[in-house]
Design a protein around this ligand. Structure first.
Ligand code: NCD
Length: 307
């Protein structure tokens, strides 16, 4: 059985196929409105979510399927002390596919070892978020018309931000992607990303602290929120949370065809005054998340012989 735990569980070809399917779904919604009829998606969210959970649920509904699940650990038997393993074993006898988010790194991987149905990692701690990566790739493809040959700036909390870690792993597989890592020193990407991913694959990257300085060279700017819930103390969070605020004056330094992405939720890091700038892609990106999850659910159920 095939699960999606890490973005590299999908080959470049498989990702291409999912993105192409998402584009076909966008153009031909009717054609897909019943393809998952009678199937059930369970969303097991042990950590809060708006976009990821609701877009998964909307995706399954638009494929003609049904959804069940819980939206916080508080409303599940986790509060009674049930293990993730037991929860997943039971839910996999109720549902055909499971999307799971958990604050502990590795929890969805563990779930995949005891589940009778495919598991999709919907975010595990500061580790991975493969369906956000698919969302980001579909957005880059739609906005730029290509998945390689550009300079991307990743800005904000590069230490705890799982969307950044996942996206880097996926993007290094395309030709000509240059990375500019913009963060305060305390929030630099983890060492394994530098040594195991950038250096091992001879990828061009640089680490900087100033966003203004690199703004003119970027084709894509991926902004992120400082991950409050993963900090060990409040004082550090307060000190670092507003390090970068993308506003009109910084946008003036940028290329006319820059694409600004953000996985959302946004806190202060992007001023609302640039929401109407055509270069701001984050709300289109959130909608892409629904279409790419439709393509993913349909593909996984088909590949596992469930439809
Ligand atoms: C992200 C996450 O959960 O990692 N949100 C999302 O899924 N769109 C980003 C974040 O919470 O900052």
């Amino acid at each position: 059985m095939k699960h999606l735990i890490d973005p590299t569980d999908l080959s470049v070809q498989e990702i291409d196929d999912i993105l192409d399917l998402a584009l076909d779904i966008i153009d031909n919604k009717e054609k897909y409105s019943e393809v998952c009829k009678g199937k059930k998606l369970a969303t097991l969210f042990f950590e809060p979510s708006t976009r990821t959970r609701l877009s998964f649920e909307a995706a399954m509904m638009e494929l003609g399927g049904n959804v069940l699940g819980f939206s916080s650990a508080d409303s599940s038997s986790a509060t009674k002390g049930e293990s993730v393993g037991d929860t997943v074993r039971v839910v996999s006898s109720y549902a055909d596919i499971i999307a799971m988010r958990h604050p502990k790194e590795g929890a969805p991987m563990y779930a995949s070892m005891v589940s009778g149905v495919p598991i999709i990692n919907a975010g595990d701690g500061g580790h991975n978020h493969p369906t956000q990566t698919l969302t980001d790739l579909l957005t880059i493809k739609r906005e730029k018309g290509r998945l390689g040959n550009y300079t991307i700036g990743l800005c904000g909390d590069l230490k705890f931000g799982r969307t950044v870690h996942s996206l880097i792993k996926a993007l290094v597989r395309y030709e000509g992607v240059k990375f500019v890592l913009i963060s305060p020193n305390e929030l630099r990407v983890p060492d394994y990303i530098i040594t195991e991913i950038f250096e091992k694959n001879n990828i061009e990257y640089k680490e900087v602290t100033s966003l203004e300085e690199v703004m003119p060279e970027l084709d894509i700017l991926y902004m992120t929120r400082v991950q409050k819930e993963r900090f060990f103390n409040e004082a550090d969070y307060v000190r670092l949370k507003d390090t970068y605020i993308l506003d009109k004056s910084k946008m003036k330094l940028a290329k006319p065809d820059l694409s600004v992405l953000h996985p959302l939720p946004r806190v202060n890091e992007i001023s609302t005054s640039i929401d109407e700038d055509p270069r701001a892609c984050y709300f289109r990106q959130a909608l892409n998340g629904k279409y790419v999850r439709m393509a993913l659910i349909y593909t996984m159920l088909k590949d596992n012989g469930q439809i």
